[in-house]
Design a protein around this ligand. Structure first.
Ligand SMILES: Cc1cc2nc3c(=O)[nH]c(=O)nc-3n(C[C@H](O)[C@H](O)[C@H](O)COP(=O)(O)OP(=O)(O)OC[C@H]3O[C@@H](n4cnc5c(N)ncnc54)[C@H](O)[C@@H]3O)c2cc1C
Ligand code: FES
Length: 279
């Protein structure tokens, strides 16, 4: 069992859990994820390793309550335990001295981009980060991202904080400004990553995205996380999750993400009713 050492609510339905998992903390690298299971009958879901402390043996994950499992996870308290916490999984993000790198985070993508920005800055890159969310209540880790960036631009769709608008607007302006951008890394909702890739394509700037298809085992065995990149089938859990955004078949990814919408809705309603009965 894996103990929740502490928990914090970062925004509307967004929670941070620090989990006791020394073996994962020892090996974790930026860009990797874990597959968790609340109990032995629970479903497996992937969550990005947002931070880790090798010395204290703990790993930080941040999640948005999106459906049944994340809703159930959000009900757990510090001191509770979860059954499985498997990782680190996936290929770590490619960290090198690229020059100027723009790191774009949308929503809970901030949890994934922060360790990558930190690793890029440590490697000597000039890091410009763009942090965006739908509204102020969904924005978190502004300070953390600022501390690992040379420049930070914050946007909200509704203008409740920072600049009003979506992340692709300052991204396009940076590219048009003549500033030499050597690489863009975009992590967030599928639609946001797709539009970041479409924004950078005319400028020929390599754009890495972290794909989020449905995953089950996370070890390349079930085929559930199949994506198409450059016309070649890849398994996001073992070949990724980072891929060249200009090569991704976005329509296929979006369609596959919607495969179980009816079942997910029924499961969410079931668990909400269970909690309602207990209250
Ligand atoms: C590599 C990777 C890292 C991720 N990291 C984070 C993170 O750090 N924080 C975060 O909030 N979310 C993260 N996600 C998404 C997270 O796994 C889903 O939100 C979660 O599985 C939803 O489960 P649910 O039962 O609560 O909701 P459901 O109602 O079951 O699903 C809601 C939506 O989430 C997606 N989803 C459902 N089941 C899975 C699954 N087993 N694997 C992947 N996606 C699924 C589907 O698109 C679905 O429509 C990550 C996904 C991937 C692939
Ligand atoms: S999650 Fe099963 S192959 Fe990737």
């Amino acid at each position: 069992m894996f103990r929740i050492i502490s928990r914090e609510t970062l925004g509307t339905k967004i929670h941070l859990f620090k989990i006791e998992a020394p073996a994962v903390a020892r090996k974790a690298l930026a860009g990797q994820f874990v597959v968790i299971r609340i109990d032995e009958r629970g479903e497996r879901i992937p969550l990005t390793i947002a931070d880790w402390d090798e010395k204290d043996g703990n790993v930080t994950v941040i999640f948005l309550e999106a459906g049944a499992t994340t809703f159930r996870l959000g009900l757990l308290k510090a001191g509770d335990s979860i059954a499985d916490f498997v990782g680190p999984l996936g290929v770590p993000s490619h960290i090198d001295k690229f020059g100027t790198v723009v790191c774009v985070a949308g929503g809970v993508g901030a949890a994934s981009i922060a360790p990558i920005a930190r690793a890029l800055k440590d490697k000597g890159n000039e890091v410009i980060s763009i942090l965006g969310s739908r509204s102020k209540s969904l924005l978190f880790w502004e300070d953390k991202l600022r501390s690992v960036s040379h420049q930070l631009i914050v946007t909200t769709d509704d203008g409740t904080y920072g600049r009003k608008g979506v992340v692709t607007e300052p991204l396009k302006e940076l590219l048009e400004s003549g500033e030499k951008v050597d690489r863009v890394i975009a992590i967030g909702p599928t639609i946001m990553m797709k539009f970041c890739a479409l924004t950078t394509q005319p400028f020929g700037v390599k754009t890495i995205v972290s794909l989020n298809p449905i995953m089950v085992d996370g070890t390349g065995m079930c085929g559930c996380c199949r994506v198409s990149v450059g016309g070649v089938t890849k398994f996001a859990c073992v070949d990724g999750p980072d891929f060249d955004g200009h090569q991704v078949d976005w329509d296929l990814l979006s369609a596959r993400q919607r495969t179980y919408l009816d079942e997910e809705k029924r499961s969410f309603e079931h668990w909400q009713a269970q909690v309602g009965k207990r209250c």
